[in-house]
Design a protein around this ligand. Sequence first.
Ligand code: GUN
Length: 281
Amino acid sequence: MAIILSGKEISDRLTAEQKERVKELKAQGIQPGLAVVLVGEDPASQIYVRNKGIACETIGIYSETIRLPGDTTQGQLEDTIQKLNKDNKISGILVQLPLPKHLNEDAALACILPEKDVDGFHLINAGRLFSGQESVIPCTPKGILYMLKEAGISLAGKEAVIVGRSNIVGKPAAMLLMREHCTVTVCHSRTKDLAEHTRRADILVAAIGKPRFITADMVKPGAAVMDVGINRVEGKVVGDVDFEPVSRVAGFITPVPGGIGKMTISMLMENTLEAACRQGR
Ligand code: GUN
């Protein structure tokens, strides 16, 4: 049976540490602040945004949630971001994705000051990560790496297979695992013989967005299976991995809920504290 990697346990510990760090920062006159911009009424996004606000409150980070209507124009969204760029109370800005279809995500992300970009999605930060320079690391891949390291899983020379090629998870996860000297394969919807790839993986990252997509026959015995999926099925939240059968094959597995999702929020808090320190306010 696989060892279950509890994101909740690690994130609870990080929360306690982060609370202390915020106290120390405040004593130095630094008050970290996070602004989250949510456009429209997407139910999943509303839950994520609420959880981010709760995390800030728990740790002592000042937070603002800016809720804009679904028919917000590109200009209105960019004006909102520009105001937050100039706001000294705000150290970090996050524009919740996906945006409604009529809005241009790339253009919106480009408006965020790179030093306030706590997602690491600005081209400057994405480019720095790509080039191996110090940069803001996107929260979910950062959380995946943190969990692997916490579990003491060695990475150098290992086969890492990532299923999903998004800018939010798949691509930055590939960069990070390459930096850790893994041999990285990125699979996606057009990959032929997907299971041929996944069965070679010592580290398997599932970021597909399809419930229970990764089945036990696709997993190498002893592998570390990192499940990024959050899918609602019949009122239940399940991952991209078929948890029960896969946990009988894998060496390590992350649960959903209570796995990588918790880590993503912890890493957002981490990136916000780092942004506040960089800006010295
Ligand atoms: N939507 C899903 N995941 C994320 C994330 O990590 N950041 C933002 N901004 N939007 C998301």
